[in-house]
Design a protein around this ligand. Structure first.
Ligand code: 13P
Length: 248
């Protein structure tokens, strides 16, 4: 039985002090939840987040990292900078990074491989644009994004990955995919993983849905057989809403 995993992607929101405040508000609301709760905060807020979650089940993730160990890469963050702090998860290849910061399937793959060298669990984002959906290429595209992201991993590593299916047209738009639309693409991702890494890996990998998940639609989405939780943007910035989603 796969666990339901809900991650909040705070994007470029909240200061360090506001991070402490929001997590302190969230803590009692998700205490004792059967589901896993992760907060992915800006780099500058990681220390406050790690301090605030101490002694709870809440885990902390970063929103990106670079694929080199160290060196002349001004403005980038290396994986050991995250792990030494106690960070366990890292979002890789979010569509906003692909769109605004030139991330490609190839850089996503390099980052995923590097994450595993440091025992960081990648939350790998895939998903189609509205144009691609209308062209009828969603399944092929998402399958290809998944295959390239995971290239070079062993089946045991694939089992530990989290893949977030985030249709770009549903992000921040209030236009959620229907639970049927989300389920059929998540099933396709699982089928793709099975075809390359075998049934065991496909059974264990966590596949989330992301895109306008809120307190009113999370339960229906997470009830689908191939949707193992969510990657939540806007609604993760409100403790009450996010706790309802985590407890779905
Ligand atoms: P919203 O939940 O704000 O639509 O954002 C989704 C997302 O991009 C999470 O990574």
């Amino acid at each position: 039985m796969r666990k339901t995993v809900v991650a909040g992607n705070w994007k470029m929101n909240k200061t360090p002090a506001q991070t402490t405040e929001l997590i302190n508000e969230l803590k009692p609301l998700v205490a004792g939840s059967e589901n896993k709760c992760i907060v992915c905060v800006p780099y500058t807020n990681l220390a406050n987040a790690l301090e605030a979650v101490r002694g709870t089940e809440i885990e902390v993730g970063a929103q990106n990292m670079y694929f080199e160990e160290s060196g002349a890469y001004t403005g980038e963050i290396a994986p050991n900078m995250l792990t030494e702090m106690g960070v366990k998860y890292v979002i890789i290849g979010h569509s906003e990074r692909r769109q605004y910061f030139n991330e490609t399937d190839e850089t996503v793959n390099k980052k995923v491989l590097k994450a595993f060298e440091h025992d960081l669990i990648p939350i790998i984002c895939v998903g189609e644009s509205l144009e691609q959906r209308e062209q009828g290429i969603t399944f092929e595209l998402v399958a290809l994004q998944t295959k390239i992201a995971l290239l070079g991993l062993t089946a045991d590593q694939v089992k530990k990955c989290i893949i977030a299916y985030e249709p770009i047209w549903a992000i921040g738009t209030g236009k959620t995919a229907t639970s049927e639309q989300a389920q059929e693409v998540c099933a396709k991702i699982r089928e793709t993983v099975a075809s390359v890494y075998g049934n065991d890996a496909a059974e264990e990998i966590i596949i989330q849905y992301g895109g306008s998940v809120n307190a009113g639609n999370s339960a229906e989405l997470f009830a689908k057989s191939d949707i193992d939780g969510g990657l939540v943007g806007g609604a993760s910035l409100k403790a009450n809403d996010f706790s309802v989603i985590v407890n779905s």
